[in-house]
Design a binder for this molecule. Structure first.
Ligand code: KIV
Length: 257
């Protein structure tokens, strides 16, 4: 296992992991200094391509963006999300994950748990492919948004699922929109770091979709904190640009050859 991945595992309970998504080189380059993990998430489908969900993004699109992102990264661990139809069985998962690793030089792949695909994770890890797991509200498999783990039955199911994924050899686990009490129990029940999105401060790290955090996606559920309103800043900038073009105060001599 790569040193970078071992380091992430060792950080559990020592330092909170800072994780964000990137879809392009310029954004990855800015994030790299501040992040432990940068994920090329399949959220690119909705946040970047304006698709209605994450189900129809292609593996090739994920690879293209990951190649760009990897050019902006010097130190962070680069994880690439596998689209839903790219890991239906081990043979397909191995072929596609190897292709992703080879073409993008990423450090690991992420796949969503459907409560049954533990053996795929196990065999991928055995073949030398580092895997990040993902449980809770898993957009690839769930139709309607609903926070998870709010009752005893769901809590037990999620704890068992996280233990199975740890046993399969995943190096970390994303917990998406899991109730605070349950995510705390999961984090205490396993030795690999949990990375929360809408799953409370008790996780070992936090991840957000960067476009949500900077106010560019138009998608702001309760678990998102909009640290910046880039949409507003862009609007103000564009008003100035338009005014100057119309008044012919741009371009000036300085901008002209
Ligand atoms: O696709 C994505 O960006 C993700 C994160 C939200 C964890 O899976």
């Amino acid at each position: 296992m790569k040193k970078k991945i071992i380091k992430i595992k060792k950080l559990k309970s020592k330092k909170k992991l800072v994780c964000l998504t990137a879809y392009s080189k310029p954004i990855a380059k800015i994030l790299d200094k501040y992040c432990d993990i940068i994920l090329v998430g399949d959220s690119i489908a909705t946040a970047f391509y304006g698709m209605k969900d994450t189900k129809s993004i292609s593996l090739q699109t994920m690879i293209n963006h990951s190649v760009a992102v990897s050019k902006g990264i010097k130190k962070s661990v680069l994880v690439v999300d596998m689209p839903i139809n790219s890991y239906r069985n081990f043979k397909q998962a191995k072929k596609n994950a190897k292709k992703v690793l080879k073409k993008t030089h990423c450090d690991a792949i992420k796949l969503e748990s459907n409560g049954k695909n533990f053996s795929i994770i196990k065999k991928l890890v055995k073949s030398g492919i580092p895997v990040m797991g993902h449980i809770g509200f898993t957009p690839q498999y769930k139709k309607k948004f609903k926070p998870q783990g709010n009752n005893k039955k769901e809590e037990l199911k999620l704890i068992n699922e996280s233990k199975e994924i740890e046993k399969a050899g995943a190096f970390s686990l994303v917990l998406e929109c899991i109730a605070e009490k349950t995510s705390k129990k999961i984090t205490n029940a396993i030795k690999i770091p949990t990375i929360g999105i809408g799953s409370s401060k008790y996780c070992d790290g936090q991840i957000l979709v960067t476009d949500d955090l900077i106010g560019l996606s138009g998608f702001y559920p309760r678990f998102v904190k909009k640290y910046l309103n880039l949409e507003k800043i862009l609007q103000k900038t564009l008003i100035r640009f338009k005014k100057e073009v119309l008044k012919q105060t741009f371009p000036t001599k300085k901008n002209t050859y």
